[in-house]
Design a binder for this molecule. Structure first.
Ligand code: PRP
Length: 294
């Protein structure tokens, strides 16, 4: 019998394409001939990968052409497709914002009344403006939105902003965030049980990779009389591992710390008498209670 494969759609080229394939690689999923093709089979996991335009991914997942996909929340919202959002993935963070030329005396959304706004996100923008009773003329264009005001096509734009450098270099100022977005794993709403099982396995790996990205492994030496104080600073998964060193009166402590608290904790450890502090990145982290969601 032919092996069942879960079909995943990822962005072929653009802001999510590299981090999406990186995530699958970190899950130890290898691809025949790499990932440059429109369609690739994973060698060591029952997965088939389609590389597609990101705009098409929600529809393909709704129709069951692909079972799951990695796509930005902005694309999902614009598509209006009926799909399941399974997990936020923590990359591709950006925002969809309204921006106006530098000289525009903007103070509130109402200032956009009667103006022309260029965007590739007409549905989201329409919804946003309706919610604020603003009537603007939405120009749906397929790209290079930022130049629309300077060529006389629009008075304002609604576009994705990451670093903000594209707006800046086109003389535009961000005035309102319409929505924030990041990459999300989506799924068809009616996956058959065999495919759902493969998705659960994939989610387990993604969860381990994400936990690892958010934590660091720390090793340090400490005088025994400071062990209690230093242990209090190291919550770890449960509690730190403590092992005696060859030098009497000293121990080695191993633990895991969250990246967000990292520098703060390291400074406190040093002040408390820790020496020889080593910090290592973690490939995967499985605590036994992993779960990710939206
Ligand atoms: C978006 C957006 C801008 C750019 C902004 O395009 O349309 O061109 O990113 O990024 P910045 O704030 O970091 O300068 P994207 O690369 O996502 O591709 P797109 O043209 O398909 O929207």
């Amino acid at each position: 019998m032919k092996e069942k494969r879960l079909k995943i759609a990822i962005q072929r080229s653009g802001r999510l394409s590299e981090p999406s394939s990186e995530l699958l690689k970190k899950c130890d999923i290898n691809f025949q001939d790499g990932l440059g093709k429109l369609r690739s089979l994973a060698e060591n996991f029952p997965l088939e990968i389609f590389s597609l335009r990101d705009n098409d991914i929600p529809q393909y997942v709704e129709d069951g052409v692909a079972d799951i996909g990695i796509v930005g929340e902005n694309i999902i919202a614009e598509s209006g497709c009926n799909i399941e959002m399974v997990a936020k993935l923590g990359f591709g963070r950006c925002r969809l914002s309204l921006a106006v030329p530098k000289a525009f005396p903007y103070s509130a959304t109402k200032d956009l009344d009667g103006l022309r706004i260029a965007t590739t996100y007409p549905a989201i923008l329409k919804n946003y403006l309706n919610g604020r009773s603003v009537k603007a003329d939405i120009h749906n264009i397929s790209g290079s939105v930022e130049i629309a005001p300077s060529i006389g096509l629009a008075d304002a734009v609604c576009d994705l902003v990451g670093s903000g450098s594209t707006l800046f270099s086109n003389g535009l100022v961000e005035v309102e965030t319409v929505m924030t977005s990041e990459a999300v794993l989506i799924s068809n709403r009616t996956l058959e049980p065999g495919l759902q099982k493969i998705l659960d396995k994939l989610l387990f790996r993604i969860s381990a990779v994400r936990a690892a990205q958010q934590n660091k492994y720390i090793l340090l030496n400490a005088p025994n009389e400071k062990l209690d104080e230093i242990s209090q600073l190291l919550p770890g998964i449960k509690s730190p591992t403590i092992m005696p060193l060859a030098e009497s009166g000293w121990s080695s402590l191993h633990s895991v710390i969250n990246e967000n608290d990292f520098w703060n904790i390291v400074e406190k450890l040093r002040d408390a008498g820790a020496e020889g502090i080593l910090v290592l990145s973690i490939d995967q982290m499985i605590s036994g209670r992993d779960s990710i969601g939206v």
